[in-house]
Write a protein that binds this ligand. Structure first.
Ligand SMILES: Nc1ncnc2c1ncn2[C@@H]1O[C@H](COP(=O)(O)OP(=O)(O)OP(=O)(O)O)[C@@H](O)[C@H]1O
Ligand SMILES: [Mg+2]
Length: 525
């Protein structure tokens, strides 16, 4: 036994000596070349071929990497002993399984077995870069048999991309992206910050006229399933919606309902954070398909009334980190080139750049549609103009259902409650109350029981209608003093005599078929 240990020790000594000599005699480059050659030889003899899916593709993120990660976490079977990393993004409702570094999972497709390995290596030396890169290099390596290559590629990758898209759509968690960093990119080359989007608004809870709601839902359904139609007609697969109306009528709630209905992510584009048309284009290019790109309060964001000249009166974008990480100063000679113009925005929604992805919806909201440039409202840009009106009786019924659980008249106890409901029907239009205000009253009083809550609401409606009537009379009086009443004011006064006749109609105007005009909120008072 002793001789055995002595022989082993001298063998190891000889090996260490030989290694020292090799290192001294052969330079590092030569040794690396030999290692590469050996690697190539063994790969040449191997029955498998390998494909790397890296996390970063040059300076941008690789969509296939994200898709593979999502697909593997839900479908592939971890090899025995594999380690899965578990994570849950802040506020997300479910866990995400990921493959830990250097672990493998197996999968099969079209009768062929494949293996995925997750390889994580530290990034060596950042080198020169406009922005910091992730500290680790990550990639998935796909191993398939040489004979299966034609059968699997590209069909297997298409399958993974489709499956990942479906998983994303099914998952309850939408993502809400914001561009709070201006155009500055993060380490993965994205100018958008995602947070889980869990807005509970749906078309069921949205208070608006059921016929109009059904029309919007049908339009969205047609859009989402319209891949063949858009291809056949040569149209870009995108659609624009303009939501307009007073504050608190449900414009933002409608956007959330749209996202939840279609299973799309939402990009909330803050125009005041965007310094130039070029930056706007970059933001657009970094949005994914199946998404809703929202610009809220478009009339307040930037001055968009003149196509030709840059936005001189626009709120000045604040100094912010530029794309290359430096601080951009606004003002001076380059300021004009660094502001958003109407034509820049039109290109964003309608120009060639708007087609750099598919299945995207643009939604603009405003409280003052009359302030918008007609060019922005032209058909093809905003295909559907949706007026979000004050609360009507059908909308009020939905709020009564949401907050008090009143589904139908049959649930009301006979005379008294029924009478209050009829009172609500009679006064709701004249009160010109927003669904937000109705919701407030119902939330405040819901603990006192439905009868009491409805009575409170009726009181509020009557007070408001009386307030409007007083306001209207004062206007009429001023008119008289100024030289006589005109016919319109006469009519207004007459209408206020009876609340039922003072009614605001709401309209949806689908302009996709060539109508140019915005449906105005017609006040028939
Ligand atoms: N049509 C509606 N249906 C259901 N709830 C509504 C509706 N409109 C408003 N609400 C309620 O009022 C709140 C405010 O509504 P929302 O933010 O959607 O209004 P908005 O039209 O976007 O207002 P703003 O113009 O000020 O942005 C919502 O959280 C929701 O609870
Ligand atoms: Mg809003």
């Amino acid at each position: 036994m002793k001789e055995y240990w002595t022989a082993l020790a001298s063998l190891m000594g000889a090996f260490a000596f030989l290694q020292g000599v090799l290192h001294a005699v052969f330079p590092a480059e030569l040794r690396a070349a030999v290692a590469r050659l050996l690697g190539r030889l063994t790969r040449g003899l191997s029955p498998y071929c390998y494909f790397d899916v890296t996390e970063m593709d040059g300076m941008s993120t690789n969509e296939i990497y994200d898709a593979v990660q999502l697909y593997l976490s839900s479908t592939a079977a971890p090899a025995s002993g594999a380690r899965l990393s578990l994570s849950r993004p802040l506020n997300a409702s479910s866990f995400t399984f990921g493959l830990a570094a250097s672990d493998r999972v197996s999968d099969s497709f079209a009768g062929a077995a494949v293996t995925w390995e997750h390889v994580v290596a530290p990034r060596q030396g950042q080198g020169f870069s406009w922005r910091p890169l992730p500290e680790e290099k990550r990639r998935f390596t796909l191993r398939i048999r040489r004979g299966d290559r034609d059968k699997l590629l590209p069909a297997y990758l298409d399958h993974i991309l489709a499956a990942a898209a479906e998983i994303r759509r099914r998952s309850k968690d939408r993502l809400l992206y914001t561009n709070a960093r201006g155009g500055a990119m993060d380490a993965r080359g994205l100018p958008w910050d995602p947070v889980p989007f869990k807005h509970p608004s749906t078309f069921d809870t949205l208070a608006m006229d059921p016929a109009r709601k059904a029309a919007i839902m049908a339009d969205l359904r047609d859009f989402a399933g319209g891949s063949a139609f858009y291809e056949r007609t040569g149209r870009a697969w995108k659609r624009g919606y303009l939501l307009y109306g007073p504050p608190g009528t449900g414009k933002s709630s409608m956007i959330a309902a749209m996202a939840n209905f279609l299973g799309y992510d939402v990009y909330d584009l803050e125009l005041t954070e965007v310094g130039s048309n070029a930056e706007l284009r970059k933001l657009l290019m970094k949005t994914t398909s199946k998404s809703i790109i929202v610009i809220e309060d478009i009339d307040c964001s930037v001055d968009l009334t003149n196509r030709a000249k840059p936005a001189a009166a626009a709120p000045a974008p604040r100094p912010r980190p530029g794309i290359d990480g430096g601080i951009e100063q606004d003002g001076g000679a380059g300021a004009a080139a660094r502001s958003i113009t109407l034509s820049g925005l039109l290109n964003f929604t309608d120009g060639l750049w708007s087609c750099c992805g598919a299945e995207r919806i643009f939604v603009f909201t405003t409280n003052h549609v009359e302030k918008l440039d007609p060019a922005l409202l032209r058909s093809g840009r905003m295909d559907m103009h949706i007026f979000m009106s004050y609360c009507t009786f059908p909308a009020l019924r939905i709020l009564l259902k949401n907050y008090l659980g009143i589904q139908s008249d049959g649930e009301l106890d006979g005379g008294a409650e029924e009478a209050v409901l009829r009172g609500l029907e009679e006064w709701v239009d004249a009160a010109e109350i927003t669904p937000a205000d109705v919701s407030e009253v119902l939330i405040k009083n819901r603990r006192s029981g439905k009868a009491e809550a409805m009575r409170e609401l009726l009181g509020v409606l009557k007070d408001r209608a009386a307030g409007k009537r007083r306001g209207g009379a004062a206007v009429a009086e001023t008119g008289k003093e100024a030289g006589g009443e005109n016919e319109e004011e006469e009519e207004e006064k007459r209408a206020l005599e009876s609340p039922k006749e003072g009614k605001e109609t709401a309209g949806i105007d689908s302009c996709g078929d060539g109508h140019d005009e915005v449906t105005e909120a017609k006040k028939q008072v």
